[in-house]
Design a protein around this ligand. Structure first.
Ligand code: HEM
Length: 118
């Protein structure tokens, strides 16, 4: 079922959401410091692939596991909540309807346990 993928604007729409999400994240006082040592271009490529895959699009995520990539960062619940807010804002900026936003967030929610370590 690729309805969510289509509703997000397919690969180009997802890439644009990821670009705006990254810009907002790097301007957020809680999130930005976690990206200090990150290759941002790689991050954007991997996140685009992952969101394409989880939304039912024709992509295969080839990045690190959520646990391997986030454990070293020592992330908290507060980091997770801040990230969800920034992702919502990025989708709003791209005119993604509220119901579609929630569908994507529901796909990502189960990853929380692998991302948050404190
Ligand atoms: C369900 C929630 C999340 C998802 C789906 C997600 C997704 C991803 C993906 C796909 C990558 C790339 C992995 C790779 O390099 O191969 C990544 C890396 C990263 N994420 Fe997340 N992430 C989530 C939560 C968070 C949170 C809450 C933060 C901090 C507020 C965060 C900060 C980072 C940072 C800093 C990196 C780069 C780490 C490095 O440089 O190696 N992520 N994330």
């Amino acid at each position: 079922n690729d309805r969510l993928y289509t509703d997000l604007g397919e690969k180009a729409g997802i890439r644009k959401i990821v670009e705006d999400f990254t810009t907002l994240s790097l301007a957020d006082p809680l999130i930005a410091p976690t990206f200090e040592e990150t290759n941002i271009e790689r991050f954007k490529d991997k996140l685009t692939l992952q969101l394409c895959e989880v939304s039912g699009g024709p992509c295969v995520y080839d990045g690190l596991s959520m646990k391997a990539s986030h454990d070293p960062l020592g992330l908290t619940q507060a980091h997770f909540m801040a990230l969800v807010e920034v992702l919502q804002e990025a989708m709003r900026q791209n005119d993604i309807p509220f119901g579609v936003q929630n569908k994507l967030l529901r796909q990502l929610a189960p990853m929380k346990g692998d991302v948050v370590s404190e």
